[in-house]
Design a protein around this ligand. Structure first.
Ligand code: O2Y
Ligand code: MN
Length: 583
């Protein structure tokens, strides 16, 4: 079955001529294949087998020290016309980039094996799912893709004789950071990644395909590929409503996707459908329907513990690949804020000896777990439904000390697009650079949109005209600070209380207060049962400071000026916002 598709065969032959691997292995996704590849990687040291009594099926990997995160500065969208990539994407003429890449890939797999990975993004057999083929010289990539996508014969079967697949060529080459390139050719359904062995740069089904290439396809085909979690909330009567949400990194997106409601929310359950990416279409009923195109989670380890995210901790106990965390003498894993005592002796993520007295971090701050979504205790029984789940609300959010209230609802779809297009987060001490700097990241898609962002906003506005049964759009901010610089809202499971208000709004069960920025809750409508918090605290969380918003509006104006092809509807929303404030 594996060798049948002539289009794949021709492309593999061509790429093998270029990269010159010693062998080509066509993958079928079987357990036997996984065990063979793991054994090979244990023998070379590419992987370390973890303590199988405590971490069954789990393995450990370290990347090169210069290769621990996505590289936005070296990520390109190569469209024929520069303006189709837009001012916020790196662009090089496709022919020039092909010439450059051909040099870098030439002979890059000599002495190595090329693995041919067939994979599906989206549930197998779903009308919305799409097939990709990744060629790679990394067993680590193969084993990650095996968790993150539906990989192997299932994908060969879905592809059949078709030539409709997204091509992805990856080579670690020399892991040379100066020649690291993550390149997308949306007009050719092609991704090329060279000189990296890490995460979002090399697991080409994830950010490269499911967001950058998919967003381009989605615009042309009339759907949305979004950087969004998907979760379901089941009420005590057994009815489930679904939300999607886009947040910049460091806002607890995976934690929200796996939230456990507080004890006071008796009879409610939260279900995880996806923690990072949503493919969203208009259903025949005029509603939006979302699928999670992924099959696993590639989550940040540090800070994940039984308080912040018990579901994630339980998910990673087996069959998980850990990358760049610390390794204990007993071949267990450890990371900062794991919620268990630090080991007396360990190796840090660089492989150096580490003790609790060390001044270096044991785990890299961007260290990761790759774990099967099916293992998540909160996984939704509908997470693999071919049509997806119907969406009642879309959430945008960020980390704001004072500007954004805890929650507000947009007035309508176009205002919601404006809220998403201007969403912002303030930098934290965890990120490099100054703390408290406002960064605007529209719909959390700035690094992931495979075409011009102005056209992307236009696509959102046009979609609104076609969705007859629209979800409501909200902005949330768990991160308001008090005068002492402490968080006012406890976050985590208590965030459910805000999701509950949002669903009540969707069902018309609760009133709201009209303000210049949108509809806000009446403070007494947020359920505080069992919390050490007063209605006055909520009033503070919902307050809107005019002076802060005067500066906010000026900053939004500067932000919108960055985009060419900005839909006039967004300028109109800005003008309306100013008018409501009287600025
Ligand atoms: O640094 C990387 O390569 C991973 S980035 C990532 C991984 C999982 C989910 N989201 C992200 C992101 O950057 O948004
Ligand atoms: Mn993400």
């Amino acid at each position: 079955m594996v060798m049948r598709n002539k289009h794949v065969r021709a492309w593999v032959e061509e790429m093998a001529k270029l990269t010159q691997p010693d062998n080509i292995v066509w993958l079928d996704g079987s357990l036997e294949e996984k065990e063979r590849l793991e054994a090979e990687a244990f023998a070379t040291g590419e992987l370390i087998e973890l303590n199988q009594e405590k971490w069954p099926g789990c393995v450990y990997h370290r990347t090169a020290v210069n290769d621990v995160a996505r590289v936005e500065g070296r990520t390109y969208i190569c469209t024929t016309e520069r303006d189709d990539a837009g001012p916020t994407n790196n662009w090089v003429d496709p022919q020039e980039m092909h010439a450059k890449l051909n040099q870098l890939f030439a002979g890059s797999m000599k002495g190595r094996t090329m693995y041919v990975i067939p994979y599906i993004m989206g549930p197998a057999g779903s009308p919305v799912s799409k097939v990709g083929i990744e060629l790679t010289d990394s067993i680590y990539v193969v084993l990650n893709m095996r968790i993150m996508t539906r990989m192997g014969n299932i994908a060969w079967e879905q592809l059949g004789d078709s030539d409709r697949f997204v091509k992805g060529l990856h080579s670690k080459a020399q892991l040379d950071p100066e020649n690291r390139y993550i390149v997308h050719f949306p007009e050719e359904n092609l991704i090329a990644s060279v000189n990296s062995g890490y995460g979002g740069n090399v697991l080409l089904g994830k950010k490269c395909f499911a967001l950058r290439i998919a967003s381009y396809l989605a615009r042309n085909e009339g759907w949305l590929a979004e950087h969004m979690l998907i979760l379901g909330i089941e009420d005590p009567e057994g009815e489930t409503k679904y939300l999607t949400g886009a947040f910049p990194s460091a806002c607890g997106k995976t934690n929200l996707a796996m939230l456990i409601p507080p004890a006071s929310a008796k009879g409610y359950k939260v279900y995880t459908v996806g923690d990072d990416i949503a493919w969203i279409r208009i259903g025949e009923d005029g509603r939006l329907w979302a699928v999670n195109p992924e099959y696993g989670f590639f989550g940040v380890a540090p800070g994940t513990n039984m308080n912040s995210n018990p579901n994630a901790m339980l998910t990673v106990r087996k069959n998980t690949i850990f990358t760049n965390v610390a390794l204990t003498e007993d071949k267990e894993v450890w990371w900062e804020k794991m919620g268990v005592p630090a080991p007396e002796k360990a190796e840090d993520w660089k492989g150096n000896p580490w003790t609790p007295e060390s001044t270096e971090k044991a785990a890299n701050p961007n260290s990761r777990f790759t774990a099967p979504a099916a293992q998540c205790p909160s996984i939704s029984p509908h997470w693999e439904d071919p049509e997806g789940v119907p969406i009642s609300a879309i959430l945008f959010g960020g980390r704001r000390a004072s500007a954004a209230p805890l929650v507000y609802q947009s007035f309508d779809w176009n205002h919601g697009v404006f809220v998403g297009a201007t969403m912002a987060s303030e930098t934290t001490a965890a990120a490099a650079g100054a703390v408290g700097v406002v960064r605007r990241d529209p719909m959390a898609m700035l690094p992931f949109c495979g075409y011009n962002m102005g056209d992307y906003f236009r696509h959102w506005i046009d979609m609104g005209k076609k969705i007859t049964n629209k979800p409501l759009i909200f902005n949330i901010n768990w991160f308001r600070l008090d005068k002492n610089g402490d968080f006012i809202w406890p976050g985590f499971g208590d965030n459910f209380r805000i999701l509950k208000w949002i669903l009540d709004r969707c069902e018309g069960k609760v009133e709201a207060v009209k303000t210049p920025i949108g509809y806000l809750p009446k403070p007494e409508d947020i359920d505080l049962t069992g919390m050490d918090m007063t209605v006055d605290d909520v009033r503070e969380l919902l307050s809107i400071d005019e002076d802060v918003w005067r500066e906010e509006v000026a900053d939004i104006e500067r932000h919108l000026a960055l985009f060419d092809r900005l839909p006039d509807e967004l300028n109109q929303e800005l003008a309306a916002l100013k008018e409501r404030f009287g600025f």
